[in-house]
Design a protein around this ligand. Structure first.
Ligand code: ZN
Length: 133
């Protein structure tokens, strides 16, 4: 497993359009488009920086993980994503090490990336996403 960079930081928001006002107009970071990830019941907006991105996440259903997160903790940082070159390999390695995974196999994330989540119990309280572009 070879983690390379912080791919992005995911932020749970109630309303992407309202949040984009701050990120785009105040900070001047241009959003590359809003995409729905039906599988996770979220809408996402990516705001690219030089070598990492900010991901805004809005729930599209009441039983979305993002809706549950906001109900419990309010808006805020939801996950940290680091990039790996080979996600299948990384997951096999973590599994062999006994790491608690949320996703044992890669799934499709926004922007065509392959992603998998590691349980916060294994990482010191941070929901960690592995991402292969
Ligand atoms: Zn993410």
């Amino acid at each position: 497993m070879k983690p390379t960079i912080v791919d992005h930081i995911g932020i749970a928001v109630k309303n992407i359009e309202a949040s984009l006002k701050f990120w785009e107009e105040t900070l001047g970071i241009r959003c590359t488009g809003v995409e729905e990830v039906a599988d996770q019941k979220v809408k996402t907006a990516f705001l690219p920086l030089e070598d990492s991105e900010v991901e805004l996440l809005e729930a599209t259903a009441e039983d979305s993980p993002i809706a549950k997160f906001i109900a419990k903790r309010g808006e805020g940082i939801h996950h940290l994503a680091i990039r790996v070159e080979n996600l299948e390999e990384a997951l096999a390695e973590l599994k062999a090490k006994g790491v608690r995974l949320i996703d044992e196999t890669p799934r499709k994330g926004a922007g065509g990336a392959l992603i998998a989540f590691i349980h916060p119990a294994a990482t010191g309280g941070v929901l960690l996403e592995l991402s292969q572009r």
